[in-house]
Design a protein around this ligand. Structure first.
Ligand code: AVJ
Length: 322
Protein backbone atom coordinates (compact mmCIF):
# COMPACT_ATOMS: atom_id res chain seq x y z
CA UNK A 1 0.00 0.00 0.00
CA UNK A 2 1.26 3.43 -0.93
CA UNK A 3 1.55 6.01 1.83
CA UNK A 4 0.80 9.64 1.12
CA UNK A 5 2.82 12.39 2.76
CA UNK A 6 1.29 12.91 6.20
CA UNK A 7 -1.18 15.78 5.90
CA UNK A 8 -1.25 18.59 8.43
CA UNK A 9 -4.04 17.54 10.74
CA UNK A 10 -5.16 20.60 12.62
CA UNK A 11 -8.44 20.14 14.44
CA UNK A 12 -9.39 17.27 16.73
CA UNK A 13 -12.12 16.42 14.22
CA UNK A 14 -9.52 16.05 11.44
CA UNK A 15 -7.27 13.94 13.63
CA UNK A 16 -10.07 11.69 14.83
CA UNK A 17 -11.52 11.17 11.36
CA UNK A 18 -8.10 10.41 9.91
CA UNK A 19 -7.38 7.89 12.67
CA UNK A 20 -10.83 6.34 12.56
CA UNK A 21 -10.91 5.80 8.82
CA UNK A 22 -7.36 4.46 8.58
CA UNK A 23 -7.82 2.07 11.52
CA UNK A 24 -9.05 -1.47 11.05
CA UNK A 25 -11.87 -1.96 11.82
CA UNK A 26 -12.94 1.58 11.01
CA UNK A 27 -14.66 3.81 13.53
CA UNK A 28 -15.91 7.39 13.97
CA UNK A 29 -16.88 9.03 17.26
CA UNK A 30 -20.55 9.69 17.95
CA UNK A 31 -19.65 13.10 19.34
CA UNK A 32 -19.43 14.25 15.72
CA UNK A 33 -23.13 13.59 15.04
CA UNK A 34 -24.01 16.85 16.71
CA UNK A 35 -23.81 19.71 14.22
CA UNK A 36 -26.91 21.82 13.50
CA UNK A 37 -28.43 19.02 11.38
CA UNK A 38 -27.49 16.37 13.92
CA UNK A 39 -29.04 18.38 16.77
CA UNK A 40 -32.26 18.59 14.79
CA UNK A 41 -32.20 14.88 13.99
CA UNK A 42 -31.62 14.04 17.63
CA UNK A 43 -34.66 16.18 18.51
CA UNK A 44 -36.64 14.12 15.99
CA UNK A 45 -35.33 10.93 17.61
CA UNK A 46 -36.48 12.12 21.03
CA UNK A 47 -39.94 12.71 19.56
CA UNK A 48 -40.19 9.18 18.13
CA UNK A 49 -42.50 6.78 19.97
CA UNK A 50 -39.77 4.10 19.86
CA UNK A 51 -37.20 6.29 21.64
CA UNK A 52 -38.51 5.69 25.17
CA UNK A 53 -35.49 7.12 27.03
CA UNK A 54 -36.58 10.76 26.99
CA UNK A 55 -40.13 10.01 28.11
CA UNK A 56 -38.98 7.77 30.95
CA UNK A 57 -36.54 10.34 32.30
CA UNK A 58 -39.12 13.08 31.88
CA UNK A 59 -41.51 10.97 33.94
CA UNK A 60 -38.94 10.41 36.69
CA UNK A 61 -38.03 14.08 36.95
CA UNK A 62 -41.69 15.14 36.87
CA UNK A 63 -42.78 12.67 39.54
CA UNK A 64 -39.93 13.51 41.90
CA UNK A 65 -39.30 17.20 41.27
CA UNK A 66 -39.79 18.35 44.83
CA UNK A 67 -37.70 15.62 46.40
CA UNK A 68 -34.89 16.23 43.91
CA UNK A 69 -35.00 19.99 44.46
CA UNK A 70 -34.81 19.50 48.24
CA UNK A 71 -31.79 17.24 47.81
CA UNK A 72 -30.08 19.85 45.64
CA UNK A 73 -30.63 22.66 48.12
CA UNK A 74 -29.97 20.62 51.27
CA UNK A 75 -27.59 22.20 53.74
CA UNK A 76 -26.86 25.22 51.60
CA UNK A 77 -28.55 28.44 50.67
CA UNK A 78 -27.22 28.50 47.12
CA UNK A 79 -25.80 26.12 44.54
CA UNK A 80 -24.55 25.93 41.00
CA UNK A 81 -26.34 23.48 38.72
CA UNK A 82 -23.94 22.30 36.02
CA UNK A 83 -25.34 20.13 33.25
CA UNK A 84 -23.04 18.04 31.07
CA UNK A 85 -24.47 17.48 27.58
CA UNK A 86 -27.45 19.73 28.18
CA UNK A 87 -28.76 19.64 24.61
CA UNK A 88 -32.19 21.27 24.42
CA UNK A 89 -32.59 21.02 28.20
CA UNK A 90 -36.13 19.73 27.78
CA UNK A 91 -36.05 17.52 30.87
CA UNK A 92 -33.94 19.89 32.93
CA UNK A 93 -36.55 22.60 32.46
CA UNK A 94 -38.87 20.66 34.79
CA UNK A 95 -36.32 21.13 37.55
CA UNK A 96 -35.42 24.67 36.55
CA UNK A 97 -39.07 25.69 36.56
CA UNK A 98 -39.65 24.28 40.01
CA UNK A 99 -36.44 25.75 41.43
CA UNK A 100 -37.20 29.14 39.93
CA UNK A 101 -40.85 29.25 41.01
CA UNK A 102 -39.90 28.30 44.55
CA UNK A 103 -37.15 30.90 44.76
CA UNK A 104 -34.24 28.55 45.16
CA UNK A 105 -30.94 30.41 44.96
CA UNK A 106 -29.04 28.81 42.09
CA UNK A 107 -27.23 29.37 38.83
CA UNK A 108 -27.59 27.10 35.79
CA UNK A 109 -24.50 26.21 33.79
CA UNK A 110 -25.35 24.09 30.73
CA UNK A 111 -22.37 22.56 28.92
CA UNK A 112 -22.63 20.98 25.49
CA UNK A 113 -20.46 19.99 22.56
CA UNK A 114 -22.85 21.87 20.26
CA UNK A 115 -22.78 25.68 20.38
CA UNK A 116 -25.93 25.53 18.27
CA UNK A 117 -27.76 23.57 20.97
CA UNK A 118 -26.54 25.97 23.66
CA UNK A 119 -27.72 29.03 21.72
CA UNK A 120 -31.16 27.45 21.32
CA UNK A 121 -31.31 26.53 25.00
CA UNK A 122 -30.25 29.98 26.18
CA UNK A 123 -32.85 31.62 23.97
CA UNK A 124 -35.67 29.34 25.09
CA UNK A 125 -34.75 29.86 28.75
CA UNK A 126 -34.81 33.64 28.31
CA UNK A 127 -38.38 33.29 27.07
CA UNK A 128 -39.71 30.57 29.33
CA UNK A 129 -37.77 31.08 32.57
CA UNK A 130 -36.31 34.59 32.44
CA UNK A 131 -35.43 34.65 36.17
CA UNK A 132 -32.98 31.75 35.86
CA UNK A 133 -29.33 32.82 35.75
CA UNK A 134 -27.73 30.99 32.81
CA UNK A 135 -24.08 30.66 31.93
CA UNK A 136 -23.46 28.42 28.89
CA UNK A 137 -20.22 26.74 28.03
CA UNK A 138 -19.21 24.87 24.88
CA UNK A 139 -16.91 21.83 24.96
CA UNK A 140 -16.58 18.09 25.30
CA UNK A 141 -17.24 16.45 28.66
CA UNK A 142 -13.57 16.03 29.34
CA UNK A 143 -12.67 19.57 28.29
CA UNK A 144 -15.20 21.13 30.60
CA UNK A 145 -14.42 19.41 33.88
CA UNK A 146 -12.46 22.50 34.86
CA UNK A 147 -15.59 24.60 34.38
CA UNK A 148 -17.35 22.50 37.00
CA UNK A 149 -14.61 23.28 39.41
CA UNK A 150 -14.37 27.01 38.70
CA UNK A 151 -16.00 28.49 41.79
CA UNK A 152 -15.05 26.89 45.01
CA UNK A 153 -17.15 27.55 48.07
CA UNK A 154 -20.42 27.24 46.17
CA UNK A 155 -22.21 23.92 46.37
CA UNK A 156 -22.09 22.08 43.05
CA UNK A 157 -24.85 19.93 41.66
CA UNK A 158 -23.84 18.17 38.46
CA UNK A 159 -26.38 16.74 36.03
CA UNK A 160 -25.49 14.09 33.48
CA UNK A 161 -28.86 13.12 32.06
CA UNK A 162 -30.34 11.32 29.06
CA UNK A 163 -28.13 8.25 29.44
CA UNK A 164 -25.40 10.31 27.80
CA UNK A 165 -23.04 8.26 29.97
CA UNK A 166 -24.02 5.33 27.72
CA UNK A 167 -21.86 6.73 24.93
CA UNK A 168 -18.86 5.78 27.04
CA UNK A 169 -17.46 2.28 27.43
CA UNK A 170 -17.17 1.17 31.06
CA UNK A 171 -13.47 2.07 31.46
CA UNK A 172 -14.10 5.56 30.03
CA UNK A 173 -17.26 6.03 32.07
CA UNK A 174 -15.36 5.04 35.17
CA UNK A 175 -12.54 7.46 34.40
CA UNK A 176 -15.04 10.21 33.69
CA UNK A 177 -16.95 9.63 36.92
CA UNK A 178 -13.65 9.50 38.77
CA UNK A 179 -12.65 12.87 37.27
CA UNK A 180 -15.95 14.35 38.38
CA UNK A 181 -15.58 12.80 41.83
CA UNK A 182 -12.20 14.48 42.14
CA UNK A 183 -13.65 17.96 41.66
CA UNK A 184 -16.57 17.30 44.04
CA UNK A 185 -16.65 18.57 47.60
CA UNK A 186 -18.32 16.81 50.50
CA UNK A 187 -21.76 18.39 49.98
CA UNK A 188 -21.79 18.29 46.15
CA UNK A 189 -24.13 15.99 44.25
CA UNK A 190 -24.11 14.22 40.92
CA UNK A 191 -27.38 13.14 39.23
CA UNK A 192 -26.91 10.65 36.41
CA UNK A 193 -29.49 9.15 34.02
CA UNK A 194 -29.02 5.47 33.15
CA UNK A 195 -30.94 3.52 30.55
CA UNK A 196 -31.54 0.11 32.10
CA UNK A 197 -31.37 -3.36 30.54
CA UNK A 198 -34.78 -4.46 29.33
CA UNK A 199 -36.46 -6.54 26.64
CA UNK A 200 -33.82 -6.44 23.89
CA UNK A 201 -36.48 -5.84 21.25
CA UNK A 202 -37.47 -2.55 22.86
CA UNK A 203 -33.85 -1.44 22.71
CA UNK A 204 -33.36 -2.49 19.10
CA UNK A 205 -36.56 -0.69 18.09
CA UNK A 206 -35.36 2.52 19.77
CA UNK A 207 -32.18 2.52 17.69
CA UNK A 208 -33.59 1.17 14.46
CA UNK A 209 -36.83 3.04 13.78
CA UNK A 210 -38.89 2.18 10.71
CA UNK A 211 -38.82 5.75 9.38
CA UNK A 212 -35.02 5.69 9.28
CA UNK A 213 -34.51 8.79 11.41
CA UNK A 214 -31.81 7.02 13.40
CA UNK A 215 -30.18 5.87 10.15
CA UNK A 216 -30.09 9.47 8.90
CA UNK A 217 -28.70 10.58 12.27
CA UNK A 218 -25.99 7.94 12.07
CA UNK A 219 -25.11 8.88 8.48
CA UNK A 220 -24.97 12.55 9.42
CA UNK A 221 -21.37 12.05 10.47
CA UNK A 222 -20.58 11.24 6.82
CA UNK A 223 -22.45 14.36 5.64
CA UNK A 224 -20.42 16.39 8.08
CA UNK A 225 -17.17 14.86 6.83
CA UNK A 226 -18.21 15.64 3.26
CA UNK A 227 -18.89 19.25 4.14
CA UNK A 228 -16.05 20.00 6.53
CA UNK A 229 -13.30 17.80 5.08
CA UNK A 230 -14.21 18.01 1.38
CA UNK A 231 -15.26 14.39 1.28
CA UNK A 232 -17.34 12.53 -1.28
CA UNK A 233 -19.09 9.86 0.80
CA UNK A 234 -22.14 8.55 -1.04
CA UNK A 235 -24.65 7.95 1.77
CA UNK A 236 -26.63 5.51 -0.36
CA UNK A 237 -23.69 3.11 -0.34
CA UNK A 238 -24.03 2.59 3.42
CA UNK A 239 -26.72 1.13 5.59
CA UNK A 240 -27.34 1.70 9.24
CA UNK A 241 -27.04 -1.44 11.37
CA UNK A 242 -27.79 -1.78 15.06
CA UNK A 243 -26.84 -4.66 17.33
CA UNK A 244 -27.63 -5.18 20.98
CA UNK A 245 -25.87 -7.65 23.23
CA UNK A 246 -28.20 -8.40 26.15
CA UNK A 247 -25.35 -9.86 28.20
CA UNK A 248 -23.00 -6.87 28.09
CA UNK A 249 -25.86 -4.39 27.72
CA UNK A 250 -24.06 -2.73 24.83
CA UNK A 251 -25.99 -1.40 21.82
CA UNK A 252 -23.69 -0.59 18.92
CA UNK A 253 -24.35 1.37 15.74
CA UNK A 254 -22.56 0.71 12.51
CA UNK A 255 -22.52 2.02 8.98
CA UNK A 256 -22.02 -0.91 6.63
CA UNK A 257 -20.63 -0.43 3.10
CA UNK A 258 -22.90 -2.26 0.69
CA UNK A 259 -20.32 -2.43 -2.09
CA UNK A 260 -16.59 -2.03 -2.48
CA UNK A 261 -15.67 1.58 -3.28
CA UNK A 262 -13.23 4.38 -2.55
CA UNK A 263 -13.97 7.65 -0.81
CA UNK A 264 -11.75 10.72 -1.05
CA UNK A 265 -11.30 13.30 1.71
CA UNK A 266 -9.53 16.17 -0.06
CA UNK A 267 -8.81 18.16 3.06
CA UNK A 268 -7.01 15.21 4.67
CA UNK A 269 -5.28 14.12 1.47
CA UNK A 270 -6.84 10.77 2.16
CA UNK A 271 -8.31 8.00 0.07
CA UNK A 272 -10.36 5.49 2.02
CA UNK A 273 -11.06 2.09 0.55
CA UNK A 274 -14.14 0.16 1.57
CA UNK A 275 -14.57 -3.48 0.82
CA UNK A 276 -18.10 -4.71 0.36
CA UNK A 277 -19.71 -5.14 3.83
CA UNK A 278 -16.89 -3.37 5.62
CA UNK A 279 -18.08 -1.50 8.71
CA UNK A 280 -17.61 1.86 10.39
CA UNK A 281 -18.48 1.64 14.09
CA UNK A 282 -20.12 4.94 15.05
CA UNK A 283 -21.76 4.75 18.46
CA UNK A 284 -22.24 2.80 21.63
CA UNK A 285 -25.34 3.19 23.80
CA UNK A 286 -24.66 1.25 26.95
CA UNK A 287 -27.53 -0.21 29.02
CA UNK A 288 -27.12 -0.83 32.72
CA UNK A 289 -28.27 -2.86 35.69
CA UNK A 290 -28.04 -1.85 39.36
CA UNK A 291 -25.08 -4.09 39.96
CA UNK A 292 -23.08 -2.51 37.15
CA UNK A 293 -23.97 1.00 38.30
CA UNK A 294 -22.84 0.16 41.82
CA UNK A 295 -19.59 -1.29 40.46
CA UNK A 296 -18.93 1.85 38.37
CA UNK A 297 -19.69 4.11 41.32
CA UNK A 298 -17.43 2.12 43.67
CA UNK A 299 -14.56 2.28 41.21
CA UNK A 300 -15.05 6.01 40.78
CA UNK A 301 -15.11 6.61 44.52
CA UNK A 302 -18.75 7.71 44.49
CA UNK A 303 -21.43 6.82 47.03
CA UNK A 304 -25.06 6.28 46.13
CA UNK A 305 -27.35 8.76 47.88
CA UNK A 306 -30.60 7.57 46.33
CA UNK A 307 -32.18 6.43 43.07
CA UNK A 308 -35.39 7.17 41.20
CA UNK A 309 -37.01 4.84 38.68
CA UNK A 310 -39.92 5.03 36.24
CA UNK A 311 -43.08 2.95 36.61
CA UNK A 312 -42.04 0.48 33.89
CA UNK A 313 -38.59 -0.11 35.37
CA UNK A 314 -36.88 0.93 32.15
CA UNK A 315 -34.80 3.86 33.28
CA UNK A 316 -33.17 5.20 36.44
CA UNK A 317 -31.73 8.39 37.80
CA UNK A 318 -29.07 7.88 40.47
CA UNK A 319 -27.83 10.55 42.86
CA UNK A 320 -24.21 10.23 43.94
CA UNK A 321 -21.92 12.04 46.38
CA UNK A 322 -18.21 11.63 46.95
C1 AVJ B 1 -27.82 11.08 23.37
C2 AVJ B 1 -26.21 9.38 23.62
C3 AVJ B 1 -28.21 9.30 24.91
O1 AVJ B 1 -27.32 6.76 22.79
O2 AVJ B 1 -29.43 6.88 23.21
C4 AVJ B 1 -30.09 8.17 19.96
C5 AVJ B 1 -27.97 9.13 21.13
N1 AVJ B 1 -28.18 7.57 19.18
N2 AVJ B 1 -30.29 7.34 18.92
C6 AVJ B 1 -28.38 7.39 22.86
C7 AVJ B 1 -28.74 8.32 20.13
C8 AVJ B 1 -29.14 7.00 18.44
C9 AVJ B 1 -28.38 8.87 22.54
N3 AVJ B 1 -27.64 9.65 23.59
Amino acid sequence: MQELIAPALETQFEKDVYKGLTDYPKHLSSQYFYDATGDKLFQDIMDMPEYYLTDREFEILSENTEEIAQLFAQGNASFKLTELGAGDGMKTKILLKYLSENNFDFKYQPIDISQNALDGLEKSLRNELPQVLVETRQGTYFETLSAINAENGTKKVILFLGSNIGNLLHPQAMEFLRNIQEVMQKEDLLLVGFDMKKNPQIILDAYNDPKGITATFNKNVLTRINRELDGNFNLDKFRHWEVYNPESGTAKSYLVAMEGHTVTLEKLDLQVNFEAWETIHTEISQKYDDRTIKWLADRAGLKIVTEFGDAKGQYKNYVFRR
